[in-house]
Design a protein around this ligand. Sequence first.
Ligand code: F6P
Length: 341
Amino acid sequence: MHIGILTSGGDCPGLNAVIRGAVIKGTRIYDETFIGVRDGWRGLVEDDCIPLKRKRVRGLSGMGGTILGTSRTNPYEGEGGIERIREVMARAEMDSLIAIGGEGTLAAAERLSNEGIKVIGVPKTIDNDLSATDYTFGFDTAVSIATESIDRLRTTAEAHHRCMVVEVMGRHVGWIALHAGLASGAHAILIPEVSTSLEQICEWVEEARSRGRAPVVVVAEGFVLDGDEEVIAQHGLDAFGRPRLGGIAHRLTPMIEERTGIETRSTTLGHLQRGGSPTAYDRVLATRFGTAAIDAAAAKKWGTMVALKGIDIETVPLGEATSTLKTVPLARYEEAEILFG
Ligand code: F6P
């Protein structure tokens, strides 16, 4: 078989480990040939493909980013569409595809699969918001980076007796905020699933201050303050028509300062959370996803996605992968909330 591999959507530490796992097992065990599609669906629409030989994936498991490049191109827009993709796949002698991506990519993969393209999906997102898999690689790395950053912000906040508001990624869900906030002992964690009032946030800040602490507030980019109509997004839309988020920490900071009288600063961690080397956990999960995707292709389980269930890797229908978001359950939030203030 000639298998195309693409990485699409926002990048995520561990993408290269998936590519490496798939190519090594596919070459060694199933005698497959691989074709790298550059920049996600863009490469498939614009016929931009490269040979992906085993020696090209050497030493990749600890490397961040993706050797194939990525983009947020929608394969059904512009010059794209099923006929164009069939044409490019035929020209590149590609008979099937491994699509590594998040909700947007996997939804496109499902649509292509319904139209007859042989696709296996691999879930990827630092947000960890795909319900069909217990964890996605990249999440652990993002949480580790955010935790270390919050630990560092705390020492400077303590030196100046300030409050720090730290914005982390998390478009629809607050997993990164919850885990990094818990790990770093934040005094308030604000997530998209739970709308919280300014009054409550300031109460937690003042409570921490009353014990001599420098209050730390961790907020997910998708958090909506109680009383606000919608999420803060000032940077237009991405290719899938989703608002580019960011700015909630900057919005909250003067409000907290004004209400509590505590000098407050904000930091947005942004793409730092997606950069650099994956953690050992993410390298292992990503490598297992890569080798499992090749097993799925060899077994002709087209239209499925590999997923972590407990400690095992299984396959689930692509439709299941994109049907519901894995939000933070209220009980998990309440468990953390006991520690706020
Ligand atoms: O979907 C993952 C994610 O990291 C979100 O948390 C964030 O909103 C988005 O990607 C940022 O995307 P971009 O790289 O296009 O700015």
